[in-house]
Design a protein around this ligand. Structure first.
Ligand code: SF4
Length: 80
């Protein structure tokens, strides 16, 4: 499997994850700030987002799906 399809280690375990194809546009953290967050670790060469809270309700799941749909890098995935 190519690295770009791997999830970042920072993702909390669960259905949604952000892969290394993320370009760091931060759109997902604007749409779903309760679930996606920008990694501000200065050790990393390029900023990216990760999942810090998985959705627990149907409404939260809908908002995560919305972020997934608009991600320009197709970097937000769910494992079904
Ligand atoms: S919307 Fe996609 S490309 Fe943009 S920061 Fe989120 S995961 Fe990365």
């Amino acid at each position: 499997m190519s690295d770009q399809f791997e999830g970042f280690a920072e993702n909390v375990p669960g259905k949604y994850y952000i892969t290394k194809s993320c370009i760091g546009c931060t759109l997902c953290s604007v749409i779903a700030p309760e679930h996606f967050m920008e990694n501000t670790d200065e050790e990393l060469p390029v900023g990216h987002c990760y999942v810090y809270k998985q959705p627990e309700t149907t409404a939260e799941g809908v908002i995560c799906e919305e972020a997934m749909d608009v991600c320009p890098a197709d970097a937000i995935r769910n494992n079904g």
